[in-house]
Structure formats: C-alpha cells, structure tokens
Design a protein around this ligand. Structure first.
Ligand code: ZN
Length: 518
C-alpha cells in the first residue's frame, strides 16, 4: 500500500497548498464575484457621463463631478476630499445652434468649441467666405479686409466623408489608390495655402477676428463617420464653431460656387471669471504602514465635445469601482490606498503634477501608481517604465489575478520612462514606480478621443469590469507586498532618432493660473 500512502501524502500536501492559496486569495475571489454580480459601473457611468456631463477644467460641471465623486465615496464609507491647487478661467457652455438660412433652410450639425465667446441669444447672421489662395503674406494682408462682417470657413473641405476602411472594403483597388493620391495632393496644397498666409491654423483665427470677421467655422474631421475633434476656441470676441464634415462640405461648396449661402449662428456661453481648479482624492487608510501609499490614478477632467466617456470616464469609473471593491473586501490595507482623480490633465497633466509637487512626503513613500487613460478597452499592455526591478513586483502582483484577465496582457520590462501622455508620467518623472494599464483601442483615436462621439454608448462594460478587477487585485497585492518596491532606474537605451542616450524625464511644474485670454 506504499504507493497509496504516498498518494495520500501528496494529496494532503496538495490540498494544504491549495487551501493556503485559497485563504490568501479569498479576497481576490470575493472581489471578482462582486465585480461580476453586483457591478456599479453602469450606474457610475450614467451618473457621471449622462447626468454630470463633460468635465472641462474651469466649468461648473467639473465642480459638480467632484461633488458627485465625494458623495459616492462617502456612500461606500471611503473618506474623500477636493484639493485645490490653482485657478482657471471659468466658462460654461450654452446652446449652440447653426442654421443655413439661404439659399435654403437647413439646421446644421455643429457645436461651439470650448471657451468660445458668446454670440448672445440673438446670434449672428452673415454670408460666408473661404481662405483664398494667395501669393504670399503681403497678398493675404491685402485680402484680409474682405472678411469684415462675414463668417470665415477655415478648414480644408474633405474630398470624401467615408473613412479609409470603408473605401478599402468597397472601392476597386485602383479607385482607392486614386482617392488617396488626390487627397494627399489636396492636403499638400492646403498646407501650402495656409503657409502663404503667414499664419498657422491656430494663429489665423485671431487675425481674422482683428480684421472684423463675425465668426469662424471649422471642421476638424477625425477620419471616422460622424466624428470630429472638438478642442478650444482662441478668439476674444467672436465665436468659433465646429461643423460636421457633411454640413461643412455643403456650405463650403455653396460658397465656392457663388450660391451666396447665409448662416445664422447662435453660440451662447458664460464667462465665469476665475475659478478654483482641483484634484479629487479619496483614501483608505493603511493599518501597518499608513505613511506608504498605493495610488489608483485617472484624470477626471475631459474635453467637452461630448461627455468624455472613454477619455477618461472609463478610467475614472475603473478606479472608483476598484476602490469600492477594496473597501468592501480589504478594508484594512497594510499601506494606504489613495485614489487620485486628477484635474486638468488635458491642458498638460496639471492636477497630477501639482499633487507630485505639493506632496513630497507622499511621493517619497509611494509603493506603486496604477493609471488608466486610453479608452474603454481591456488592459493589454503594461510597461515597466524603466524601473529595473519592475518585473519582480509587477509580475508577482499580476500572478494573483485570474488567468482570463492576465493572459491577454503583454508586459515590457524594464521598458522606458514615459515623458507624457497621461498622469503616470508626472509620477515617473519624480522617480515613483508608476504604471499605465494600457488598453485595447476600440477605435479610440478616430472615434472617441476628444470627439463629439465620446459618449456612454461607446463604453464596453465587460472590458471596464475586467480592468476594475485587475486594478483592485494589483492594488491589494501592492499594498500587501512584504517588500517596498525598488525605485532603481535602468540604464536607458539610445534614442534611435537622435542617436543619444535617453535621460530620465524631469518633473515639471503645473499650470496653476490657466486659461487666461492673452
Ligand atoms: Zn485622457
């Protein structure tokens, strides 16, 4: 019966290890079950994206978002607070309504850019003019008085409203090639046209304003059906409005063909003086090493062409849901878990840079930072950000997560430190082990990043759930780790472009008094 005895011993040994694994991972199991059976992601997404809306720095909605997050954390028993670090130009978006009123009536699809000056309720009504082909900047100055009393169309008219993937599917190869060649030529000649004015697409607006234009219309197509990028206006008095590719093409062709189109633009907004800008912080206090921190990180602000659902609503609700799971099943962490929802990332990582600058005592004691900010997709990449031993601890923490979550993650160690892109870069620059939980794209760059289409319906909840579980487990394991993480930096590789050895990025100061009209 020897073999049988041996078998029993092995079995016992096996079940013993299995049950120890079981006890250490009971927390993981509970978090996974809760995340799947009682997800709060849909509720959070609705409240934040649909009800609060976009979260442009300096708007009342950004403040409302912070109030909402703090109230939500409190409901879960998590302490939270708003932390001011500076001020910003206060502004609030109002109604945008753009109508073609001659030669026929059409209500057009468009919206004013962020910080656009208001037209008032009555709006402006005017004929249109396009940027002409001129010989040089002197000729352009001569032409400029023509814009007086007109609305100026400042963008190139796109030759096709179909994205390339649609051409690829249906066009003959010859006609697809021809379209691309024609479009390249058109883009070259447009660049040339702009260059000859002596201005850039950014500086020309103020010149047109000075010359007496009544308004500016652009169309910044994002190479996808219905998608435009909506950034900011840079005028002092006249509105800047973005129109859909379809409607811009319509009025552009009418203007070029002498059809005398007339447009009515109502773009209401409110200037609100100077307002505070802030981060929203939440904390689950550590019990053994309360002065050491594990930071969950996502920027809270957004552009306001839509509701910032994937930039960065999904990162935000990932961190909030992870915080909820941690509080519920791991309420007494070894190290303090801090959830940072940063302000004004979109204007240059301002919130996280301020946090790093204002809290040297925390920065010196951060175990790890986990940031998510590149769309709704499940996490597929993690880089060691140049930290020599990141492999050891990231590898160990990842092992605690279910295989169906980790099997799709490609890791790079030691990797190179990021110089920007999102808030983890603010921490990396300060030598803090900070990592981007980098997600699958889901057509992020064309369809949702800073577009008019970044809305609730683009959220892929199963993927976000996956990320909330991953984040909660990584944070739990980082908090429990018997060892403090190493900050040793690797020798950085040669930059293939410059031929010089890369150097570690330097911390940068935030903009603490931003958005002023120059
Ligand atoms: Zn973002």
């Amino acid at each position: 019966m020897k073999t049988n005895n041996l078998f029993t011993v092995l079995l016992l040994l096996f079940s013993f290890t299995a049950s120890t694994a079981q006890t250490t991972d009971a927390i993981v199991e509970k978090m996974v079950t809760e995340a799947n059976d009682n997800s709060q992601l849909e509720v959070l997404a609705h409240e934040l994206m649909d009800v609060v809306g976009p979260r442009l720095v300096g708007t009342p909605q950004m403040k409302k978002a912070s109030d909402w997050a703090i109230a939500t954390y409190k409901k879960w028993g998590i302490d939270a607070r708003m932390e001011e670090y500076g001020k910003w130009r206060g502004w609030e978006r109002g109604i945008t309504h753009v109508d073609l009123i001659a030669p026929r009536v059409v209500s057009l699809s468009g919206m004013q850019l962020a910080w656009s000056p208001s037209t008032g309720k009555k709006g402006i009504t005017a004929n249109l003019i396009t940027i002409p082909e001129v010989a040089d900047s002197i000729a352009f100055q001569k032409w400029l008085p023509n814009v007086k009393g007109k609305i100026v169309l400042v963008s190139m008219n796109q030759p096709t409203g179909r994205p390339d993937y649609n051409w690829e599917e249906f066009a003959t190869p010859e006609s697809f090639e021809k379209m691309k060649k024609d479009r390249d030529a058109l883009e070259d000649s447009w660049r040339d046209r702009m260059r000859k004015t002596g201005f850039t697409s950014r500086t020309i607006n103020q010149e047109l304003e000075k010359a007496g234009a009544l308004g500016i219309i652009q169309s910044r197509w994002s190479n996808g059906f219905g998608a435009n990028k909506i950034f900011s206006a840079n005028t002092k008095k006249i509105p800047v409005v973005d129109l859909s590719l379809e409607d811009y093409g319509l009025i552009y062709r009418m203007t070029e063909n002498g059809d005398q189109p007339k447009l009515k633009v109502v773009a209401e907004s409110k200037e609100l003086g100077t307002v505070p800008t802030f981060n929203t912080l939440a904390e689950i206090k550590g019990t053994e090493f309360p002065e050491e921190y594990v930071i969950l990180s996502a920027h809270f602000d957004s552009w306001d062409g839509a509701t910032g659902a994937t930039d960065n609503g999904t990162g935000t609700i990932t961190m909030m849901e992870a915080a909820r799971l941690l509080k519920k099943f791991y309420p007494n962490p070894k190290r303090t878990i801090l959830i940072g929802l940063w302000g004004s990332e979109e204007q240059g990582l301002n919130g996280s840079r301020a946090f790093v600058e204002d809290h040297p005592e925390i920065i010196a004691n951060v175990q790890a930072v986990f940031n998510q900010d590149n769309g709704t997709g499940r996490v597929v990449k993690i880089s060691g950000q140049g930290f020599l031993h990141a492999y050891d601890y990231i590898g160990k923490w990842l092992e605690a997560a279910p295989k169906d979550i980790t099997k799709q993650i490609e890791t790079t160690f030691p990797g190179v430190p990021s110089t920007g892109g999102s808030d983890y870069a603010s921490f990396v620059a300060a030598g803090v082990p900070a990592f981007s939980l980098s997600s699958l794209s889901w057509s992020y760059w064309n369809y949702t990043w800073h577009t008019n289409l970044d809305t609730y319906d683009k959220i892929v909840f199963d993927d976000v759930r996956n990320n909330a579980i991953l984040t909660a487990i990584m944070a739990y394991k980082a908090s429990e780790d018997p060892e403090k993480t190493s900050r040793e930096k690797s020798v950085l590789p040669i930059n293939p472009r410059s031929g010089e050895q890369r150097t570690w990025p330097e911390p940068r100061s935030p903009e603490r008094d931003g958005g002023k009209i120059e």
